[in-house]
Design a protein around this ligand. Structure first.
Ligand code: ADP
Length: 265
């Protein structure tokens, strides 16, 4: 078996508020293999955000260990955590978190700028094309639908070629049609590109689009189930471009122009 991309062992997190201690995580262990698509579910207050913050290297655990892609993240300081976030994690948020008055292309380029990569425009265009927005690169967020804005956010999460994508309620602000579109993109990125994707959702229907559901309650994992038949997100009006390799050219024969239905406008 390949080395786990995420290896969380007996992680606890205790918040101290004056005299009061809140034990948000009380011993969580979990491994995620490269290429998994999984959902974390649980009632409000069960520790989902706390766990996501730790997985995303936004915070560290109180005790226990966390290895991300072979690196021990559990005892890193702030600047080391920031470095790991830049290199290894792509974030997608419920509220998209795009810069307004800034084009899709410039939004997607931000992680590259933070990483000191200055010649990454083509990579940004490729990432936008991958989420079906190759024709919207100069649009600003207010010129895009909610689903399209979330797709820009997914392209931004992808552009650094992270080890994992973490998504926090990524369909929470979307109507069901746009939510299905986002799930379809996650499924395609996972199956086509082998990208590891973990997201928090409170919607069972959304979680069933993954292959694994981890359930938290009162700071512990109470279930970790494989989804036998993941739901397929429906076809949408904006199918992603299917990239097929060009056919080999037979130079011995004259080229014959064949009119296909695609060329008839
Ligand atoms: P969920 O995301 O499942 O709603 P959280 O991880 O946000 O759960 O919270 C788990 C528990 O930790 C809750 O009791 C919450 O009140 C507490 N908690 C979360 N963040 C903090 C914090 N920064 N300070 C103190 N308590 C917190």
């Amino acid at each position: 078996m390949a080395e786990a991309v995420i290896d969380v062992a007996d992680v606890t997190k205790t918040y101290r508020m004056g005299e009061i201690e809140v034990r948000a995580l009380r011993g969580v262990s979990m491994r995620v293999q490269p290429g998994e698509l999984m959902a974390i579910m649980g009632p409000s207050g069960s520790g989902k955000s706390t766990l996501m913050n730790i997985l995303g290297a936004l915070d560290t655990s109180s005790t226990g260990s966390y290895r991300l892609d072979g690196e021990d993240v559990s005892r890193m300081d702030e600047s080391q955590l920031a470095d790991v976030r830049n290199r290894k994690i792509g974030f997608v948020f419920q509220s998209f978190n795009l810069l307004p008055r800034t084009s899709a292309l410039d939004n997607v380029e931000l992680p590259l700028i933070y990483a000191g990569i200055s010649n990454g425009r083509q990579r940004c265009i490729d990432a936008l094309s991958l989420v079906g927005l190759g024709d919207r690169v100069h649009h600003k967020p207010n010129e895009l639908s909610g689903g399209q804005q979330q797709r820009v956010a997914i392209a931004r999460a992808l552009v650094n070629r992270p080890s994992i994508i973490l998504a926090d309620e990524p369909t929470g602000n979307l109507d069901s049609h746009s939510g299905a579109e986002i799930m379809r993109i996650f499924q395609e990125l996972n199956e086509g590109q082998g990208i590891t994707i973990i997201f928090v959702t409170h919607e069972q229907d959304i979680a069933e689009h993954t292959r694994r559901i981890v359930r938290l309650q009162d700071g512990v994992i109470v279930a970790d189930e494989a989804v036998a038949n993941p739901r397929r997100a429906g076809e949408t009006e904006h199918p992603l471009p299917v990239v097929t390799p060009p056919a080999p050219v037979d130079t011995a024969k004259p080229a014959i122009l064949v009119e296909t239905p695609d060329t008839i406008v």
